[in-house]
Write a protein of this length. Sequence first.
Length: 670
Amino acid sequence: MKFLTAILITSITLSSVALQAQSKKEKAKAPDKTATPSEYVAVHPFFALENIAPDGDEVLKIGGMCFVGDTIFATALAPDRTNKAPYKEGKVLRIDNVTTASAEGGRVKITVLCDWLYEPCAIAVVDGSIYVGEKDRIIRFDDGVNRDTLKKGEEVVLVDGTSSANFHTYTIGFEQYQKDGETYLCGNFTTAIVLGGKRAVMAPPNSKVHRGSTFILGPVTGSESPESVEIEYLAGGFRTPNGLEVGPENDAWVADNQGIFNPSNELIRIEKGKFYGHYLITEKGRGAAYQPTNVDSEVGSPEWQSPATVHLPQGIVARSPAQPIVLRNETGILEPYNGQILLCEFTSGRILRVFTEQVEGVWQGVAFQHSGGPANEDGKGGFTAGPNRIEQGPDGNFYIGQIGAGNLWTYNQTDSGLQRFRVKSDEEVPAAFNEILAVRVVEGGFELEFLNPVPKASIALDEIEISQWTYFPNSSYGGSNQDTVKLKPQSVTFDVTGRKATLIINGLKDGSPEYLIENGKGRSNANTGYVVHVRFDPKVDGESLLYANEFWYTLHRKKGGRAAGSGDTIMLTQEEITEQRYQSLCLACHVERDGGWAAPNLVGILGREQLVLRDGKEISVTVDRDYLINSILNPEGEKTMLFKDAVMPPLGLSREIAEDMADYVIGLKP
């Protein structure tokens, strides 16, 4: 596990986005091709990654981007931004001739329109005017698309006081949202935290602002007055909503990150007026939009939250989901994927694919690995940095704005990037390519739809691996898997085309009552549902038939199916349970690579000498088993001086579990 130089990447995507670009260290080696899809996925065979390089030395740490014709207008964070003080050197860039840049490191002309903004991470163009979301305000530059310089003092301030200073508060977006025949800007307000992950009190200067919420601002025309625009909230209860998309039916999608009250990373198809579970501190602070007032914000209650559409389990599927994009009006090889979502995944350096469906009025769906992997020494072959923003250009290709800081991203050390995610022609795609196109709930299990027919004899029933688990949303950081079991498949039957297979699984659970209650704490998994992980590898003559051979379905509503029999379930071993806890609770900060300044590397920590703050005095200690146990149970008991500015959130674990976790950490090998 590598140490993140930022903060809890899984739940703090944009804090990592904004971190100081540290000196570059030795490049991490790429995982080999034998690694599992959850660890490594190559660039999808339908796509080619093409580098787009600036004609100059401009660093493209992309915070937001949008197309106007062949031109990208983007916001960029300053390369040397730190968490120590407000940083007001963010930029608006005009990147010309993007779609015509050559595939081999094509150079594009970049014009810096301004370089004095306060951490801008939202941008849109409406009727020639440029709208920008800064940390503390939303502004407009009149006729900005036709200017080479945006001077300070010329901006029109539409909304001021959106945030007080905190490294984790941003305005994300903008996407255009249609209402009553008029255009609005749709955006997200992220929340404030203490370095290390604990919640901070939120009291934005503007009383109309609710952090942790999705809003629309408008109507906007390119020349509206500040008095004529209003903020309306679509939903609230998000922690780090670094991803935003407005779909073809005006449906808004938000990608949120794991953390306190967020037991997993999530993709949410939001419903207006709903609260999605991340409680902001209301004592001396201000809650999120639609945050229930009759619930203690220190304790929370999942009974009052709406369910996430798709869970993206921490450290397995995602660590920092960012911007989603809905595929629409695609033709050719992408036509079967219309309506599905490509989702940027920042820290692991991936693109995910998500298929959703509505079952008994509840939206749920399935996540697949799609594209990933590091670039080689020449910066080719993979993402040059963490995918943060994605937009489709007028040429039908997708453009990915990337960002990093030191060794924040699992595979590369680069700080920035802009790449074309080019859709290949039919002739370039391998004829034998196949993958799972969709997974749908059916009576007693799932229907698997494949892109192309699969030979019926290629799937061995006894080689299908199935597990399921749920979460307890609570005020501890993240959420370890609960009620985890392995299930045995009962049958697999194909239709006559060979493109659809029905997988029957006894013992599937969903988000229906009765809910699971955590012993002694009263927490439940109400409105959480279950994650069902299915892994199999169909083969012919020893050759795998699928590009990625596993999926994660978030099951809020199932259809029929009997309870598990005595031979249908397999309980996990204690070691497997502990490993899952480690992945979900520890991997966000304690990465198995170089040290940094948010949390120590845990690999080989036994016997390490550490300088700690004990009873107000600095003393040197030798890490032993008892030290690890006490650190897990009481994270703030002794501050490690190397990371004294960080605050590890409480994990809410029992002593017995803490002992198991300590033993697991002791056994970690480099």
